[in-house]
Ligand binder design. Structure first.
Ligand SMILES: *[C@@H]1O[C@H](CO)[C@@H](O)[C@H](O)[C@H]1NC(C)=O
Ligand SMILES: *[C@@H]1O[C@H](CO)[C@@H](O)[C@H](O)[C@H]1NC(C)=O
Length: 268
């Protein structure tokens, strides 16, 4: 208020002076009036500006307190969501590979494919993905009254193998992968997933040979399998073969006699 008053005082003095000057020139009263109004407006603008500045300062102060706190809260939420998503998802074995396919998957462990001997008539049939870091419990040693587990050898027909990365008698590695997507399924006979599903990997369906005494389950072996380093000797064990379609009770079409069965592992 004091400022306003002072300015008005100055205004009067200046105005009076201007008027005197004007009188000398052209006796022009409206000119003084004009100057006076202009100055008055300038003062009003000055006050309005101060008000705006004060409001801005107030807002700045408020916003300074929010960002200090908001990033921390957002980080907490992000961590909570990370922790929650770690509890979800599913796992699968990627047969023939030691790495997971990426795209929100993580390696749980890698190792060697194993199973019963191909000539065993009893024992277990399934393929196992054995860890490369075994931890032993108590053991007897020697030839105890037990079951036996062997490594897996690729048994391929040289002329018709779909694999360029492994040879006959190479040993098959494997790994267990965790994907963030929840159900995981293996579809035999396809190389692509159905709409809405994400492909984890694809390859060829494999199992033990139809004529051998030992049975196995079916596994989906990656299309670019790896061989265990140094595992090329022909020592047999749990053997794995490609699988051909056999028409009859299996309808052809859509199947075709003699074609190799593909497979795909999908999740969503
Ligand atoms: C997330 O999990 C870690 C341990 O895995 C724990 O230390 C942390 O407190 C958890 N964070 C939240 C926000 O739950
Ligand atoms: C990765 O996963 C997402 C779904 O989680 C999918 O939309 C995308 O196509 C996948 N990318 C590849 C390369 O498979």
């Amino acid at each position: 208020m004091l400022v306003m008053f002072c300015l008005l005082l100055v205004l009067h003095t200046v105005g009076a002076h201007l008027q005197t000057t004007a009188d000398l020139k052209s006796n022009d009263c409206p000119r003084f009036d004009y100057e006076y109004k202009l100055l008055e407006r300038l003062i009003r603008i000055e006050f309005a500006q101060r008000e705006v500045e004060a409001t801005l300062a107030e807002l700045r102060e408020k916003f300074q307190t929010i960002p200090a706190d908001v990033p921390r809260k957002l980080e907490d939420i992000r961590r909570l969501m990370d922790n929650k998503s770690k509890g979800f998802g599913s796992t699968y074995v990627r047969w023939g590979r030691t790495v997971c396919p990426g795209n929100a998957t993580e390696l749980v462990y890698k190792g060697f494919a194993g199973g019963s001997h191909y000539t065993d008539t009893g024992s277990a049939a399934d393929f196992l993905c054995l860890t490369e870091d075994p931890i032993w419990g108590k053991y007897a040693g020697g030839s105890a009254n037990s079951a036996l587990i062997y490594g897996v050898e690729y048994e391929l027909i040289k002329e018709s193998t779909p694999f360029s990365t492994v040879s006959i008698n190479d040993d098959m590695p494997c790994c267990v992968c965790k994907t963030s997507r929840t159900p995981t399924i293996m579809i035999p006979g396809r190389t692509e997933c159905y709409p809405g599903w994400t492909m984890e990997y694809n390859g060829y369906l494999m199992s033990g040979h139809h004529s051998q005494t030992g049975s196995t389950n079916f596994v989906c072996v990656d299309t670019n399998p790896e061989a265990r380093s140094g595992g090329y000797a022909d020592v047999n064990g749990h053997l794995v073969y490609l699988i051909q379609a056999k028409c009859g009770s299996l309808p052809c079409p859509p199947y075709t006699e003699g074609r190799l069965l593909t497979c795909v592992v999908c999740s969503r």
